[in-house]
Design a protein around this ligand. Structure first.
Ligand code: FMN
Length: 323
């Protein structure tokens, strides 16, 4: 039997308005499944009820199918994991025709795009128009090597980020789809790169992608991952993500941010919103607990109910930075 205090806390949580706005997009909960950690969307539907969270961002899609990296692709490390999956995906058109129809209508879907040239991003965006109006938004993963600039990441250059977002915005013009630029934490220039993305037509920002890391097996002297270095995610990166979200929110207070990195509980999500996020991405936590996104969504409402916060959205940017 549930205790009286549990029932009272549940009643208070039910009265909390959990909806959040990201520019023109309204979500029923601030919690969003982060790209690459919820498959292509359809395969996790039997495992957790994604209609209860704000949205599902699918694994990044390119114009053409892409095989990804050789194994080992994922490796557990202290307080997180390393991955070098390598953006494996079936291509935009196959996803639109085969995976998207298998996602229930009450699940809000954000499609993520990637490319290795500005033209490849533009083509992916053009192909994605076939998914309108089923998809709610587009996330542009600019944490990818730029073939035309010696493989330097687009997301490490304001100019390259501007070029990609502007090409995608041009293709999607008139579709009504909000665009979120997903940026890399592996540069000190995130605020100026974020500004460039918004100048080019991004509605909002997803902060952040994985932090570059390396683990070496000292017996063999080789890297734990097949590719050598990879992306670190999970609890280890939460302070890095929170710091970047706070910095960018201070510079661009009107731009909606999907704060992502190391969130594993409702308390973490509240913290990310206080830093300046309007919504919160949950990635690695879903590998530990496939129901993490739904649980975290519920925990946020419960925390708000217990703290007299009637609207979850009012948490955004309430962090009191030292002056
Ligand atoms: C296995 C794995 C695959 C990922 N694939 C993508 C991807 O395809 N596109 C993308 O933008 N981010 C991808 N990410 C990054 C996550 O979306 C997220 O930004 C990052 O993991 C930090 O959040 P977390 O600590 O909650 O996992 C991936 C992360 C992991 C762990």
């Amino acid at each position: 039997m549930k205790s009286a205090s549990w029932i009272a806390a549940t009643r208070r949580a039910r009265r909390v308005d959990t909806s959040v706005r990201l520019g023109p997009l309204t979500l029923k909960s601030p919690i969003i499944a982060a790209s690459g950690t919820f498959g292509q969307g359809a395969e996790v539907m039997g495992i957790t009820d994604a209609s209860k969270i704000g949205a599902v961002t699918v694994k990044s899609l390119s114009a053409e199918p892409w095989a990804g990296n050789p194994p080992v692709r994922v490796h557990p490390v202290t307080a997180g994991m390393l991955n070098a999956v390598g953006l494996q995906n079936p291509g935009v058109s196959a996803w639109v025709s085969q995976a998207l129809p298998r996602i229930p209508d009450d699940v809000t879907v954000i499609a993520s795009l990637w490319g290795r040239t500005v033209d490849q991003y533009a083509k992916a965006a053009r192909l994605l128009l076939a998914a309108v109006p089923r998809i709610a938004a587009v996330e542009v993963n600019v944490s990818c090597p730029n073939l035309e600039e010696a493989n330097e990441m687009f997301a490490h250059s304001a100019t390259a980020t501007h070029a990609v977002i502007s090409a995608v915005a041009t293709e999607l013009e008139g579709s009504g789809l909000p665009i979120f630029a997903k940026l890399s934490p592996n540069t000190w220039e995130v605020p100026s790169i974020a500004q460039a993305a918004c100048n080019a037509g991004a509605t909002g920002l997803t902060l952040v992608n994985t932090v570059m890391g390396l683990e070496i097996d000292i017996e063999s002297g080789t890297a734990a991952l097949g590719r050598g270095a990879g992306g670190l995610s999970g609890p280890a990166i939460k302070p890095i993500a929170a710091r970047i979200v706070a910095e960018v929110h201070r510079t661009l207070p009107d731009v909606p941010i999907i704060g992502t990195g190391g969130v594993a509980s409702g308390l973490d999500a509240v913290e990310m919103m206080m830093a300046g996020a309007s919504a919160v991405g949950v990635g690695t936590a879903s590998f530990v607990d496939p129901g993490a996104t739904v649980r975290i969504s519920r925990e946020v409402a419960r925390w708000c109910g217990a703290h007299g916060v009637s609207r979850v959205s009012s948490l955004t940017g309430t962090y009191k930075a030292p002056s």
